[in-house]
Structure formats: structure tokens, C-alpha cells
Design a protein around this ligand. Structure first.
Ligand SMILES: C[S@@+](CC[C@H](N)C(=O)[O-])C[C@H]1O[C@@H](n2cnc3c(N)ncnc32)[C@H](O)[C@@H]1O
Length: 348
């Protein structure tokens, strides 16, 4: 039988010793609990090898991460479920609403899985409204002063822009977040889960029955200029050619009422996004539809998902990515919703 060489034996003893060191308590433990949640999965895995105690702490962080992808930014936890391989969760930076690049550069990392942070991430969604319209005098466009915005006749913020773009009360309206005409501003109010599939990777699933027409979630991520989106797409294409990379860069074109011009929005949820970044493509249109929703006074609309039919509990939530380059590979023939929304597939 081969004997391990002396050097190897020494290293093994040293590692053994580290693994058996007593666990820190009190302030030390608190320090670890505060610092470790900032680490990436790879960094966390490296730390977990250094001592038995750190292994235990990293395990509990992993458990907390997999129990809520939203890091308490949403009203309900959105857990990961994986029975096909050993990925406990997907790593990305969470934002409950779209953000401008000026803010996204501040998000280099985010604490996730701390035992101290539960619930403390709840932020006012109104606060996240990125850019507002101003009138000729440079003042912010004013909102409504309704007593009951649900009243379809009375509130000027309802249905301002016809059927293509829905409108809601905005930052300068007198009503609060509980107003019935702020449906998409309160975040996730439907139970969902993120389930791993061997072929598609992660996917978003309903964890309750969803009635036709219900608001599901906003597509949140970084708002990019077309130049930046084109450059990122090129980078994602290169990364994807190496395999095992999925991007979530969505391009939306809003046709202006004149029909002569169109506004293009690029939302990238690849690095910073919310749970909608897990919605997979469906060749038959899926069970979700997209709608642009603009708050009164806001410059840019938000892209929101609504259920296009009744959805059963445990059903996967999908929509048509539209004009995707891998359409032929996934769907056979062209069944995309040409030009309405485009989410590049595996960025080939
Ligand atoms: C926005 S992400 C969706 C979440 C992704 N499955 C993940 O694991 O992060 C888009 C990527 O998911 C995969 N995908 C989406 N729909 C698919 C489908 N119908 N079949 C296979 N893969 C799909 C592709 O890799 C695509 O680039």
C-alpha cells in the first residue's frame, strides 16, 4: 500500500487542526455573520474550507440565500428549489425596480443571507422612481389629488395614454402606496418559486393559483442606453459561446401614439435584476403578457408582467421572448411575437 508523503501528512494535520478550532462566540461571531453575507458563492466556498465553524456559518448563509432570492426586498419570500443538480441558488444583485446606470455603478456587491438583515431591506418603491417629467417652468409635473383613485371617471391618472401604455398614479399624486391605481408599485404579491430544470436552468413558477389578468411582477434591471446595450450584448455573446451563461437583456420598443416614432428601452437584469430574470421563453406565447405601465409624471414606463390566462399552482411562468436568435432551435418554426419585446436567448 502507498504511504502519503511527509509533506502531505503535515498539511493534512494542519487542516485538521484548523477544522477543529473552537467556534468564535459573541462579537467575533457577529463579525463573521456581518461580513460573510457580502461574499460571492465562490468566496464563501473558499472560506468554508478554513474551519469547521466557518463551514457551519457559510452553510446557514447558503440556506438563507436559497430560501429567498429577493433578499427581503419583496413582500413575500421567493425560494429556490433544486432536485436536479447541486446549485443551491443563483447569484445576482437584487433590485425590486428598474434602476438607472448612475445608480447601478454603486451596486458592486450586496449582502445576502445575513441573519441580521431579514426584513430590513424593505424599501419604499416610490423612492426608487428614477426620472420624472418637468413642465415648462422646470417644476415636476403634478399628479392627481383624488380622494378615491379607483373611481375610473374622477382620477385623471387612469387611462391617460390609451391601451398600449397603462398609467398609474405617480410620485406627485396625493394618494399613498395603498391606492388602487398603484397596482404595479407594491412589488410581488403572488407566491412564486424558482425551480431548476436540467435543460432550461432556473425557471420561475407559480406557487399559488393566479387568476387571468393579475399583475405578476415588474421586469426590473439596469436601464441602458442602446449603445451600452449593444456593447453588453456583444460581451454576453462571447461569454455564452464558452457555455453555461444565460443573459437577461430585454429590449422593448414603445410605439408613440403618432405611430411615426418609437421609443426603445433596454433593461438588463443579468447582473442586477429581480425574479423576472428567471422567466424562460415559451414558443406558444406562454402564460404571461407584458404591458408598459407609466406613473404620472415619470419619464420612463415600467415593463410589467400580467397573467394572460388562469395559471395553476406549480405551473411554470413563461412568455415569448419575441425575436430571439435561437428561435429555430427551441421552437422549430417562427412563433415569436415579432418586435414587441426581445430577450436574447443564449446570446449565441
Ligand atoms: C432570462 S434567462 C432565464 C433564466 C435562465 N433559465 C437561468 O437559469 O438563469 C434566459 C436564458 O434561459 C435559457 N432559456 C430560456 N428559455 C428557454 C427554453 N425554452 N429552453 C431552453 N433554455 C431556455 C437560455 O439559456 C436563456 O439564455
Amino acid at each position: 500500500m502507498r504511504q502519503p508523503d511527509k509533506k502531505k501528512r503535515c498539511q493534512t494535520n494542519e487542516q485538521q487542526q484548523q477544522l477543529e478550532e473552537p467556534c468564535p462566540t459573541g462579537a467575533f461571531l457577529q463579525c463573521f455573520e456581518l461580513i460573510l453575507p457580502w461574499l460571492t458563492p465562490q468566496e464563501l466556498a473558499n472560506v468554508s474550507l478554513t474551519s469547521k465553524c466557518l463551514y457551519q456559518i457559510t452553510q446557514s448563509i447558503t440556506l438563507r440565500r436559497s430560501s429567498d432570492a429577493s433578499r427581503s426586498y419583496e413582500n413575500l419570500p421567493i425560494p429556490f428549489h433544486n432536485t436536479v443538480d447541486n446549485h443551491p441558488y443563483a447569484y445576482f444583485i437584487y433590485t425590486p425596480s428598474q434602476i438607472l446606470p448612475a445608480f447601478s455603478s454603486q451596486f458592486q456587491c450586496q449582502s445576502w443571507g445575513s441573519s441580521f438583515s431579514a426584513g430590513s431591506n424593505s424599501v419604499s418603491r416610490l423612492f426608487l422612481e428614477p426620472a420624472t417629467l418637468v413642465d415648462d417652468s422646470g417644476e415636476s409635473a403634478s399628479g392627481c389629488d383624488c380622494e378615491r383613485c379607483e373611481d375610473q371617471v374622477g382620477c385623471p391618472c387612469i387611462g391617460l395614454e390609451g391601451v398600449d401604455v397603462a398609467s398609474e398614479c405617480g410620485l406627485w399624486c396625493g394618494c399613498g402606496l395603498e391606492c388602487g391605481n398603484r397596482l404595479t408599485q407594491r412589488g410581488v404579491s403572488i407566491r412564486m418559486k424558482i425551480v431548476r430544470d436540467r435543460r432550461k436552468g432556473w425557471g420561475l413558477y407559480a406557487d399559488q393559483f393566479i387568476e387571468k389578468g393579475q399583475f405578476v411582477c415588474e421586469y426590473a434591471g439596469e436601464l441602458l442606453t442602446t449603445k451600452e446595450a449593444t456593447s453588453r450584448q456583444k460581451m454576453y455573446d462571447e461569454l455564452a459561446s464558452g457555455g453555461h451563461f444565460s443573459c437577461a437583456l430585454l429590449v422593448i420598443r414603445e410605439h408613440l401614439p403618432s405611430g411615426k416614432a418609437c421609443m426603445r428601452m433596454n433593461i438588463d437584469a443579468t447582473r442586477i435584476g429581480n425574479v423576472t430574470r428567471f422567466i424562460n421563453h415559451s414558443c406558444d406565447g406562454g402564460n404571461l403578457l407584458t404591458k408598459l405601465v407609466r406613473s404620472t409624471g415619470a419619464l420612463l414606463p415600467h415593463l410589467c408582467f400580467f397573467s394572460s390566462r388562469d395559471i395553476k399552482e406549480n405551473e411554470e411562468l413563461t412568455f415569448s421572448y419575441g425575436e430571439i436568435r435561437l428561435r429555430d432551435e427551441r421552437c422549430g418554426e417562427n412563433k415569436g411575437m415579432e418586435g414587441e419585446a426581445m430577450l436574447r436567448g443564449r446570446c449565441p
